[in-house]
Design a protein around this ligand. Sequence first.
Ligand SMILES: C[S@@+](CC[C@H](N)C(=O)[O-])C[C@H]1O[C@@H](n2cnc3c(N)ncnc32)[C@H](O)[C@@H]1O
Length: 341
Amino acid sequence: MRTSTDSHAATADRYRAFAEVEARGMSACYEEWALGVAGDASTLALINRLPPAKRQPNLVFSAARFRGAAAGPYPAFADWLHEHWNPVEQTCLSHATQTNEAGRCATLLPALAAIGGPLALIEVGASAGLCLYPDRYSYRYRLDGNQGGGNQGQGGRERMLHPATGESAVVLDCAVSGPVPLPDRLLEVVWRAGIDLNPLDVNNADDVDWLDALIWPEHNDRRDRLRAAVDVARAEPAEIIRGDANAEIERLVSQAPAGASVVVFHTAVLAYFEEAARREFATTMGRIPVHWLANEGQSVVPGVMERLAQPPADSTAFVLAGDGKPIALTHPHGLALEWLG
Ligand SMILES: C[S@@+](CC[C@H](N)C(=O)[O-])C[C@H]1O[C@@H](n2cnc3c(N)ncnc32)[C@H](O)[C@@H]1O
């Protein structure tokens, strides 16, 4: 029989692992908070009142910040959390981790451009849909000089790309290596739509505040980008239907306009699926007439890892796959793109 001591130990391990593997080097505040929780029996007891799936450090810390906790030393955070546990608990129970990172468009853009337009974009696991606007953002690609094609010898150089209407308020920085086919201009997108279990609404202030709270404390550049990307999405709303990807994808694909290249894509989503659901989704993608772009953790998409020539040196890198074949390694937030030859 599992005792509360076992379950405290399991939660402590979870927070320690989060501190050491995910937060270290990314957020000094979350690293300190997670290590603090791991060694603090009374806070572990509080968090263990939540169902196991809701004890995730990222969810609890985001909920606390959503409810007003200030980034700062652990003892002050722990005091605050005990005082404000009820609202934090409500937020944990009613919300999920749905980080929406427009920066991922920088790693999708070359693959989307290679498909050729006009494009009908369908994003699976769209959250608030901020990755549905790759044609509305500006890009600053930093070249390492090994890009091939017309880009040789441009190490240290930048390639800027802007929407046809001029520079966007959202400028995405991305370091590129390998023979990446950077396009000369942005895409033509004629239709955009998404599916999510719980779509977030860019016109709902609470939803936008939740997306803000999901961004880690020190990442102010991402916070600024979120607000600017929300303005882009508000100007040109995309329909995001509520539902499960496997249940809804074929119906949504059938609604895409004739004459467009239909692209189904997803980033940081399939990890949330059960194994059988991932296989079902991959099988559907192989069966229906769409282009499929998957930008996910390394072992997430069935069959992709096995097709890599060698395992990536960085275990946190995502793999971008086109129709099930790996084409690039990508930074999880879109800061780097390594095209595989
Ligand atoms: C981490 S967010 C990623 C959002 C966005 N793709 C991005 O890269 O910024 C994962 C999203 O997938 C959604 N999701 C998870 N399982 C899903 C499913 N079975 N069907 C549809 N959406 C799902 C979640 O609700 C969440 O909004």
